[in-house]
Ligand binder design. Structure first.
Ligand SMILES: Nc1ncnc2c1ncn2[C@@H]1O[C@H](COP(=O)(O)OP(=O)(O)O)[C@@H](O)[C@H]1O
Ligand SMILES: [Mg+2]
Length: 290
């Protein structure tokens, strides 16, 4: 429970209350959320997500899995404040989301680095885009600290083209962490990275968030990645996306060190999730017959 212990909390616990680390503090609350898009050319509306109710607690790592087009990106864009609810609501730290803010940061599949900027200068970008009210010294210190956390010390002056895929994604992660957001939103961040580096990156991400205590919403197509990283896995059905089931992942951490893949519970979970996503994936592959 070390991640929860490092989670933020403001109110002091009652003397008689249970230890703070055991209390669930809701951070993201989605209530009957329905989101869609206006398709101007076809003059119709497309419902991407329907009736999503999900609460993500402080320090929790929630993974979204589901077929392409089921609305996973739309959901994290709603948390990020990039798309608006059609119905229902989405709240972060007790307030309705009205737009992007420094309390939420994104990690993207294609890294989204600026090719003309060095590693250091890419990681510094959030300070240029928003006023976090911190001093220049604090900014410099954070940039150094997060470069160190993602093991890129020595590469500060390198440009993205000089880095491997795994290193580029570590820059993307450091850039997301540097504003010290409560919430990390990751949209298939390791999908473009080769299989071996990807497993190492999963281990590193688990280590970073154990240190920072961040709340994470993470999208993946990989069931193994979902089980390796998630405290809970929300399986989303084919469009319009609904939550089909939320699966608890009760495996020891750090999972990378525990070799959880060899545990019988691991293969049971894998089978269970595969059964949930299989029909949805087929429907996505062969088209919408409904
Ligand atoms: N900006 C947009 N305009 C119109 N339709 C969109 C837009 N973004 C996504 N969609 C549609 O919404 C549905 C859900 O998309 P998305 O959230 O990207 O799914 P996922 O991330 O699960 O693949 C898809 O049918 C997609 O084509
Ligand atoms: Mg997507």
């Amino acid at each position: 429970m070390s991640r929860l212990e490092t989670g933020r909390r403001t109110a002091a616990p009652e003397p008689s209350a249970a230890p703070a680390s055991d209390e669930a503090v809701p951070v993201i609350v989605s209530t009957n959320l329905t989101v869609g898009y206006k398709l101007h050319r076809e003059r119709k509306r497309l419902t991407a997500l329907r009736d999503i109710s999900l609460t993500v607690n402080a320090g929790e790592f929630v993974v979204l899995v589901g077929p392409s087009g089921c609305g996973k990106t739309t959901f994290i864009n709603a948390i990020a404040g990039i798309v608006e609810p059609w119905e229902g609501s989405i709240e972060v730290n007790g307030r309705p989301v009205t737009g992007p803010g420094p309390d939420r940061a994104m990690v993207f599949q294609d890294y989204a680095l600026m090719p003309w900027r060095t590693v250091e200068s890419n990681i510094r970008m959030p300070f240029e885009l928003q006023d976090l009210g911190i001093s220049k010294e604090e900014m410099d210190e954070r940039v150094r600290r997060y470069i160190d956390l993602v093991d890129l010390t020595g590469f500060e002056k390198s440009f993205p083209y000089e880095l491997s895929g795994g290193m580029k994604q570590r820059v993307g992660i450091a850039r997301a962490l540097v504003s010290e957001p409560d919430i990390l939103l990751a949209d298939e961040p390791f999908a473009a990275i080769d299989a071996m580096t990807r497993e190492a990156m999963q281990g590193e991400l688990e280590r970073f968030v154990a240190k920072t205590g961040q709340t994470v919403v993470f999208i993946t197509h990989s069931i193994d990645e979902a089980i390796t990283l998630g405290d809970r896995i929300a399986v989303i059905s084919y469009r319009p996306g609904r939550i089909k089931e939320i699966v608890d992942v009760d495996l020891p951490r750090p999972r990378f060190d525990h070799d959880v893949k060899s545990l019988p519970e691991y293969s049971e979970l894998r089978d269970h999730i595969w059964r949930l996503v299989k029909d949805e994936a087929l429907q996505s592959a062969y088209g919408d017959t409904r």
